[in-house]
Every structure is written in structure tokens, then in C-alpha cells.
Design a protein around this ligand. Structure first.
Ligand SMILES: Cc1ncc(COP(=O)(O)O)c(C=O)c1O
Length: 451
């Protein structure tokens, strides 16, 4: 214990936090060293070592300090084009002024609710979610992260159906808390935890409607009640995998036939990322439950939602309306960010931007992939959720590192080791796309020469 040291260190940092930039290089370098040490000694040393491509890309590791639009600036004042978009959390880019304005107004009045009186913004966000989600989804439950939204979806499906089995996809990613992790489609992260969710979970290959129909039929025949079928409309962490066109309509029909709820995990695909407002819109499917997170807070605050029909939500309201709650979920500050975000996305029709920019990027990166087949396997995705699949994880890593040296940030995906994603903010400028492409071409050329 060292209260005295904590007090003086926090005093020092409270001053630094207020600084926009660091004209004195020595201070910037001190922050870099301090950040590296703090990560290594007090946060997660493995994390630091794993992020070699960004920590060893120059003489001084990149420590981010500010961002605007699609540009990240580090403490040394170096700029990076953000082709990662916070793993889908920055659809509106960094610090969107209208989100910041709404949040600041709320912050200066009442950031958190009393939890006892009625707070208006929670209701407003619920109404907006009802307006913008497909079908007759009407009631929402709010939290901060995607995984909490999935946990809530699991509970709602169980409560409503009285059944407990789930069908999910191979390579799926739905979050890392116990329930969501149980739905994961890969041994990593999941296996080490042993027995997680107590009900049955069946995995089928993503995009294989025959397999889903078969699994539902088998469960039905042997008397296993399936509460829900949970899929991402387009798999994100598996590497931007788009299912065949008949998949979602058949999933919808089969879940209806067997009385299982259809849960769409739109945590990464939602709010315009794939070129439609919702991933399921590509196939005109209305799920029974839809989970949203990441960009719902406009890249300013964490907020997530799970939205469902009045009928399905009933057991969350009666007899006990506190069946599933969290103290800070749906707080006024988070809701103000989400309200501003939804407004901007609808007003600026950002899904259209994602569609056009995404089609352009996919075309250009595919051309590059065809030129360098020794590096690339294929390019997948829709809108601005794009996966570059390399021949090996090492090649993907090398390209990402070379690209970072050239001032463009990308990253891998969680359940596909050889995939490097391109997932920029939807508001990215055409010049930042073209400049990124030039630098990608350079990076790929350099890696190809080393082979
Ligand atoms: C499809 C999907 N679902 C759920 C999650 C988990 O969200 P969070 O990291 O906010 O818990 C993610 C995160 O990447 C995701 O991509």
C-alpha cells in the first residue's frame, strides 16, 4: 500500500489528462515509457508483448492520445489513418462533435440516473430502437457491452420459451462473459473455462442452413427444447464471413417451425457497418431478438441494447420487472450518446456510405490479392466489414506491421488467425481510403520481397 505515492501520481496525471498535446518531446517520451511500464507491471504484460506490430513499429512505441474523424494521433504527434475503427465501435469516427455536444450537455446536468425516478432518455432510446429495428421489435434493455446484451438475450429467450438449449455457429464470437462465451464457436477462450452454460449448446457450420434444419429436427425428435438460435448476420471475428443468400431466410423459417427464438447478434454488424442499417436487412429478415452495442455509443461512450417484441419481453416486466438489471445500464450519459448516434446515422444515411466505400475497398483489395496470390487467400466482407485472408497468420501479421509503419492501423480477428480486418469509421474520407490503399500496396510489396 502506498497512498502517498498514489495521491501524487494521480495529481500528476490529472494535469497531463488536460493537455491536448506535448510540445516537449521529453514529456511525450516519458509518457511512452511510463505507459509501457504500467502495462507491463500493472495491466497485462502479455497484451503489451502481443501488440508488437504497434509497439515496435518505430523507435518509440505508439501511445495514442487523441483522435478526430478517422485520424489517431499519438503522444509524439504522429498521425495514423484509422482502418480499424475500434473493432467496429467507431462508426462515427473519433470524437464526433454532435455526439460530444449531446454527451457534454447531459454530463453537465445529470450523468447518472437516481434509479428510482423516471429518467427520460432511457425511454427515448427505447422508442428510437423500436423505430429503427426490423419487424415488431419494441422493448429494449440496456447495458454497456456487447457481451451483456447477449447475456440478456440468452436470459430473455430462456424466460420466454421455458426451454434451455441454444444453436450457434462455428467460429462465432458473442463476447467473453460466461453465457456469451458458451456460445463461442472456437475452443480458444472457451475450453479453459470448462463447463459454462448449464443447458445444451449445439454448434453448426455458419451459413449451413441444412445443418441448422437438421439440428432443430433432431432436438425436436429427442425432446430437447431449443430456446434460441443465435448468429451474427455476417460473422465479424471469424473474418467478415458472409453467408449464402438463402441462409438467413431459411434460418427464419426453421426457427418459426420449431418454436425457437431467432437472435441476431448485431453488435458488430449493426447501425450501418455492412451497408444496410442492420446486417439482417440484407436478407429482409426480422429476428425475435436483436443485440446492439459497439457503435451505439457513437465511439464516445459504451452502450448496448437488446431489443425484442412486447410478447417476448413480457416475462422481463411481469411478475418481477427487476428480473434482469444492472445499476449503470441505460444511464443518461450513455443514452445521450446513443440518441445522438442514431440521429446522425439516420440523417446522414451512413449505411449508404458504408456500402459505397466498402464496395470500392473490397474491389481494390481484391485486385491486390489477385496480384499477390503468394500472400493472399481471399478477401471477404460486406460494406466496411472486410477480411483480408492471408496464406498464413505470419504473413498477415507482417503486412499489418508494415502497414502500421506507414501510418495505417489495422488488426487481426479473434477467431481466424490468418485474417486482417479493414473496418474503418463509416465517415472515412475517400482520400483516407485511397491513401491507405497506396500504403497497403507498399506494405504488401515489401512483404512479398521477403518471401
Ligand atoms: C458479434 C459480436 N458480439 C459480441 C461481441 C462482444 O462485445 P463486447 O466486446 O462489447 O462485450 C463482439 C465483440 O467483438 C462481437 O463482435
Amino acid at each position: 500500500m502506498n497512498y502517498k505515492s498514489a495521491l501524487s501520481y494521480s495529481t500528476q496525471w490529472l494535469d497531463i489528462i488536460k493537455q491536448e498535446k506535448f510540445p516537449e518531446e521529453s514529456q511525450a517520451k516519458w509518457i511512452i515509457e511510463e505507459s509501457k511500464n504500467n502495462f507491463a507491471e500493472h495491466f497485462n504484460r502479455g497484451w503489451l508483448e502481443y501488440r508488437k506490430s504497434v509497439t515496435e513499429a518505430g523507435d518509440w512505441a505508439s501511445v495514442e492520445w487523441s483522435g478526430i474523424g478517422s485520424t489517431i494521433t499519438d503522444v509524439m504527434g504522429r498521425n495514423y489513418i484509422d482502418w480499424l475503427g475500434g473493432f467496429g465501435m467507431l462508426d462515427l469516427g473519433w470524437r464526433h462533435p454532435e455526439v460530444v455536444e449531446a454527451v457534454t450537455a447531459q454530463l453537465n446536468r445529470a450523468p447518472m440516473p437516481s434509479q428510482e425516478l423516471i429518467d427520460p432518455l432511457r425511454g427515448v432510446l427505447g422508442k428510437l430502437m423500436a423505430d429503427i429495428t426490423p419487424g415488431d421489435l419494441k422493448y429494449s434493455w440496456f447495458a454497456a457491452s456487447g457481451t451483456e446484451a447477449i447475456e440478456a438475450a440468452i436470459k430473455i429467450a430462456k424466460l420466454y420459451t421455458g426451454k434451455s438449449a441454444f444453436i450457434v455457429a462455428l467460429k462465432a464470437f458473442h463476447g467473453k462473459t460466461m453465457g456469451s462465451l458458451s456460445m463461442m464457436g472456437k475452443a480458444d477462450y472457451r475450453q479453459a473455462m470448462g463447463m459454462l452454460y448449464a443447458g445444451q449448446i449445439y454448434h453448426i457450420p455458419f451459413g449451413d442452413a441444412d445443418a441448422l434444419e437438421k439440428q432443430l429436427e433432431i432436438c425436436d425428435k429427442v425432446g430437447i427444447g431449443v430456446a434460441g438460435v443465435l448468429f451474427e448476420p455476417i460473422q465479424g471475428e471469424a473474418g467478415a464471413i458472409v453467408p449464402p443468400d438463402d441462409f438467413w431466410p431459411r434460418v427464419r423459417a426453421a426457427t418459426k417451425k420449431y418454436g425457437a427464438l431467432l437472435i441476431a447478434d448485431e453488435v458488430q454488424t449493426g447501425l450501418g457497418r455492412t451497408g444496410r442499417l442492420w446486417g439482417v436487412d440484407h436478407w429482409d429478415v426480422a429476428p425475435d431478438i436483436l443485440a446492439t452495442a459497439k457503435s451505439l455509443g457513437g465511439g464516445v461512450l459504451p452502450v448496448s441494447a437488446v431489443t425484442t417484441t412486447e410478447e417476448i419481453f413480457k416475462p422481463m416486466m411481469y411478475p418481477n420487472p427487476f428480473m434482469h438489471t444492472t445499476t449503470t445500464g441505460g444511464n443518461a450519459l450513455a443514452c445521450s450518446a446513443a440518441i445522438a448516434t442514431i440521429h446522425i446515422i439516420l440523417r446522414d444515411r451512413l449505411w449508404e456510405a458504408a456500402s459505397t466505400k466498402g464496395a470500392y475497398l473490397i474491389e481494390k483489395v481484391t485486385e491486390l490479392a489477385e496480384e499477390f496470390p503468394q500472400l493472399y487467400k481471399e478477401v471477404t466482407g460486406k460494406g466496411l466489414l472486410i477480411g483480408q485472408h492471408f496464406q498464413t497468420p505470419e504473413l498477415g501479421y507482417k503486412v499489418a506491421a508494415e502497414l502500421f509503419k506507414r501510418g495505417v492501423l489495422v488488426s487481426g480477428t479473434l477467431t481466424s488467425a490468418q485474417t486482417v480486418r479493414i473496418e474503418p469509421p463509416l465517415i472515412i474520407a475517400q482520400e483516407e481510403i485511397d491513401e491507405g490503399l497506396n500504403r497497403l500496396r507498399d506494405a504488401v510489396g515489401v512483404v512479398a520481397k521477403t518471401m
